[in-house]
Design a protein around this ligand. Structure first.
Ligand code: NAD
Length: 484
């Protein structure tokens, strides 16, 4: 018997709230209803901002470091204790393969909360600038770092827990109060975070508020609101532009983690079999729904055909399947809309002259899509420039390393990338020439609470994670006092 559909609630000012209108959340692998989420109105967004404002302005949250460390440690423990509940929701609602919930989707991100609890215990919130003499007096000057204020955190569907925690944990550590607005495609798992905070932590009322909505209205209400000091957003570049425009009206501090079209450069001395395998597994990771996935592979011209043959063999061996099955590597796309978008890009690429080597097919029931490889693709064509957000790899031949670097950098995006080569130092030297926020050399793994993540160019502004990800939520105030 399928589990009873879940009914989620908003978290506003320390209370779990039901709304008059709800919207359903669907399992992308089966089409079954996973549950119903509250469709927050602009009035509910207003109430959430008022609660966050009150908690920031009138309680000790922003100044009581010990309370914040204790609450973060408690939240970390609660997430560990309830990980299996979140795991089942992530699998059912996001179509995240079970095996990935033991890594980047869930178990690893829970560690982000512990990282920021530790950092808050050691980070110097004050800095002495020393005493200077001016106008015949001595002046002691120092800097105090304090919370940026009320934060609107707006998140996408693909890694709903990881991205929410990467915003909530440093914001709470800094002393901010938050209104988190989750994505329409995975509202239940986002609301579950709010319910856990409400039921099991001492985080004071109003410090964390959590909203879901079927459309962008509640998110828009936040980005337009004069009482919101800062917006932290992860999502598409198109939405990021709209958010920046809205936030500009009240000159909010704006942090953006946006789209990507990252390149993997295969150097002439790279192990072709290994890189073909890496590129295939990378593009199929969460069915291609990852911002940092390398979706363009640049291969020396004389190795192009051999690479394409090997990569397509690996791709044909990855069968999209039931995300519940512990052996499944690749699950479905999030929705029919997303699958139609992916398929449309593939069809237009083929119409423009690309060669479809494998894939390009929908698999029903559910929103599955076959791992796809396209070649004969011009570097400036739509399929080589647009973020697909599906399991679609394009392979492009290059003549010289300079050529490869130029093609890799020829993008509005600058999020991530990879270089493979037999000589690590040579590969690192090439990686240094790529204008992106993260780079993997020979399969190096950069994710971790202490590593900051973010983009150059239209992939975003700012860094999430690590010390820079904490400082995003801090204001800096310089004091000067006459001391003699
Ligand atoms: P999206 O941009 O469609 O939506 C993201 C969030 O913004 C959702 O919560 C949505 O409701 C909200 N939203 C939409 N319009 C809004 C508006 N006008 N004002 C306020 N909020 C608004 O993104 P998506 O489809 O959920 O996620 C996929 C995208 O996210 C991809 O482009 C991917 O690259 C990007 N992403 C980036 C990173 C990163 O770290 N750089 C990580 C994950 C995903």
């Amino acid at each position: 018997m399928p589990p009873t559909p879940r009914r989620a609630k908003l978290l506003i000012d320390g209370r779990l709230v039901e709304t008059e209108t709800t919207f359903s959340s669907t399992n992308p692998a089966t089409g079954d209803i996973v549950g119903h989420a509250p469709d927050a109105t602009a009035a509910e967004a207003e109430a959430a901002v008022a609660a966050a404002r009150r908690a920031f302005d009138t309680t000790a949250w922003s100044t009581d470091v010990d309370l914040r460390v204790r609450c973060l440690r408690q939240l970390h423990q609660v997430l560990l204790d309830h990980a299996d509940e979140l795991r089942e929701l992530l699998i059912a609602e996001a179509g995240a393969p079970r095996m990935t919930t033991h890594a980047t989707q869930l178990d690893e991100p829970i560690g982000i909360v512990a990282y920021y609890a530790d950092l808050l215990g050691t980070y110097p919130l004050t800095e002495e600038l020393g005493v200077i003499e001016s106008r015949g007096r001595k002046h002691r000057r120092w800097v105090e770092k304090e919370a940026a204020g009320v934060v609107a955190a707006i998140t996408p569907y693909n890694y709903p827990v990881q991205i929410a925690l990467a915003k909530i944990a440093p914001a709470l550590a800094a002393g901010c109060t938050i209104v988190l607005k989750g994505p329409p495609d995975t509202p239940l798992v986002t609301q579950a975070l709010g319910e856990l905070i409400h039921d099991h932590t001492d985080i004071p009322a109003g410090v964390v508020n959590v909203l879901s909505g079927a459309g962008p209205e509640s998110g828009e209400a936040l980005t337009n609101h004069p009482d919101v000091d800062m917006v932290t957003f992860t999502g598409s570049t198109a939405t990021g532009r709209r958010i920046m425009e809205a936030a500009a009206k009240t000159v909010k501090r704006t942090f953006l983690e946006l789209g990507g079209k990252s390149a993997m450069i295969v150097l002439d001395d790279a192990d072709l079999g290994l890189t073909a395998m890496a590129s295939a597994f990378m593009i199929c990771s969460h069915a291609g729904q990852g911002c940092a996935i390398t979706s363009r592979v640049l291969v020396p011209r004389d190795k192009h055909d051999a690479f394409v043959e090997q990569a397509s063999t690996f791709l044909q061996g990855i069968n999209p399947g039931d995300p519940n099955d512990p052996a499944t590597y690749m699950g479905p796309l999030i929705s029919e809309r997303q699958r139609d978008k992916v398929h449309g890009l593939v069809e237009r690429a083929v119409a423009a002259g690309a060669k479809l080597v494998t894939g390009g097919e929908k698999v029903d029931p559910g929103w599955f899509y076959k791992p796809t490889l396209l070649t004969n693709v011009a570097p400036d064509s739509e399929i080589a420039q647009e973020e697909v957000f599906g399991p679609v790899l394009v392979v492009i031949a290059y003549d010289t390393v300079d050529d490869a670097v130029r093609i890799a950098n020829d993008s509005i995006y600058g999020l991530s990338g990879a270089v493979f080569g037999a000589d690590n130092e040579r590969a690192i030297a090439v990686a240094r020439r790529i204008r992106t926020g993260t780079l993997s050399v020979n399969g190096g793994y950069y994710f971790g609470g202490d590593a900051s993540f973010g983009g150059y160019k239209q992939s975003g502004i700012g860094r999430e994670g690590g010390v820079p990800g904490f400082e995003e939520f801090l204001e800096s105030k310089v004091f000067a006092a006459v001391v003699g």
